[in-house]
Design a protein. Structure first.
Length: 429
């Protein structure tokens, strides 16, 4: 029986595994390393995060992104975005050097058992562990507007489903959304000869500013310090003090997580969008239907005016919503036993442990507990260190996979989950 079984081998899973291995835990890691970055992002994309804020975490800090880049003759400079392909290669290098052999099989089912958990792999083997850490990334939480349901993947897809946009070359695509994924996808489409438009609900698109120089007068730094999520004290708090964020009242955490760091494009993609993409801010899709060329969209603008447009394909860059019921790999009893916050995300307590003793979580699904940094690679360092300490504490007190509180039982929503918290792009981008 393993001490810890990590489900997922992206930036969070690999960082957790590195810290767990260094702590001497009996460890198994399941998943294809950096799969989302390798399989769900088209070539030509860049990290939105700064290179210095995009490293995976090993206890000694020796395997940083800039170290990998330097070894390949590339400078990872502040204000210069890193290609997604290079970041994915960095993650593979990190896995080879910091993590015991990764088992590339997928976990398909997790259930509680006395003394721990059982995890079923995609080839039918059952693995047993005293504790489990779910680092499943963003793919289970894809969010599509209800108006687009039922049209099928040949007409409607999520932006995360495309490793290659060439199938749309010479066609007509409407991208829905106003964030980085929407705008960079639109730029890549237009640059390959696709007629492209962006349709967004907001009255206007938002763009991040060019970051200030790393070296600058002290008084400018004091006014707006650098952080892994951008400049400013508010961003600094989210990025550098997630343990303190966790101490905030639950309604405050949920509200901040929902509204902080809203949709915006990186400064370096703005010119590419402005010169080649048709922009339709202030429009919302009310319904969508099959048409001769693909899809007919019915829209309404902010003044209530209705319109119709025809497009060959719709790409919804509409983000991800981390909800308890979307954790489909969990056994029904295990999933139902998770206490949920008001936004539907699982309640996460001290050491990133869920309300099920011994079941830990990492990444996007913990953002309502530990703040917006958990949406980005930058949050992996705090998570890995804190979670492994939580696992070690659980192993000392006894794993609890077989002691699952019944739904509606004695454990009330949020009870006992906010005391004694430890004091850290994609979608980790």
């Amino acid at each position: 029986m393993y001490d810890l079984l990590v489900v997922g081998a992206g930036p969070y899973g690999l960082s957790i595994a590195s810290h767990a291995a260094a702590a001497g835990l009996g460890l198994r890691v399941l998943g294809r390393p950096m799969a989302s970055w390798r399989d769900h992002m088209p070539r030509g994309m860049f990290l939105k995060s700064e290179p210095w804020a995009s490293s995976l975490s090993d206890p000694g800090g020796r395997l940083r992104l800039e170290t990998y880049c330097a070894g390949r003759g590339v400078a990872a400079r502040h204000g210069e975005p890193i290609p997604v392909e290079m970041f994915a290669s960095y993650g593979l290098w990190f896995a080879r050097n910091a993590v015991p052999d990764v088992d590339e099989r997928m976990a398909v089912h997790v259930r509680g058992r006395p003394g721990g958990f059982e995890v079923l792999t995609d080839d039918g083997e059952v693995l047993r562990a005293r504790t489990v850490a779910l680092a499943v990334g963003v793919m289970p939480f894809v969010e599509l507007p209800a108006a687009l349901n039922g049209l099928g993947p040949e007409r409607v897809s999520h932006s995360s489903r495309h490793a290659d946009l060439s199938r749309f070359r010479g066609g007509d695509v409407t991208v829905i959304g106003g964030g980085q994924a929407a705008l960079e996808t639109a730029a890549l489409l237009a640059e390959q000869g696709t007629r492209t438009r962006v349709l967004a609900r907001a009255a206007g698109l938002s763009w991040n500013d060019v970051p200030p120089a790393w070296e600058r007068p002290w008084w400018r730094s004091a006014r707006a310090p650098h952080s892994g999520l951008g400049c400013g004290w508010r961003n600094w708090f989210y990025a550098e003090r997630p343990g303190l964020f966790h101490r905030l009242p639950e309604p405050t955490r949920v509200r901040i997580t929902a509204g902080a760091l809203g949709p915006a494009g990186a400064w370096w993609v703005r010119d590419r969008v402005d010169r080649a993409v048709e922009l339709m801010p202030g429009h919302e899709v009310t319904s969508a239907h099959r048409s001769g060329i693909g899809v007919r969209l019915e829209t309404v603008d902010r003044d209530g005016r209705r319109a119709r447009l025809e497009t060959g394909h719709v790409i919804a860059a509409t983000g991800f919503r981390a909800r308890r019921e979307r954790l489909g790999l969990l056994d029904d009893e295990l999933r139902a036993s998770l206490v949920a916050l008001s936004d539907g995300a699982p309640a996460i307590g001290r050491g990133f442990e869920s309300s099920v003793p011994g079941l830990f979580m990492a990444g996007l699904i913990t953002a309502s507990a530990y703040g917006p940094a958990m949406r980005f690679v930058h949050g992996a360092g705090f998570t890995a260190d804190t979670l492994v300490r939580g696992v070690r504490r659980r192993l000392r007190t006894g794993p609890g996979g077989g002691r699952i509180p019944a739904p509606g039982g004695n454990l009330r929503q949020g009870e006992g989950l906010r005391q004694g918290s430890d004091l850290g792009h994609g979608t980790g981008r």
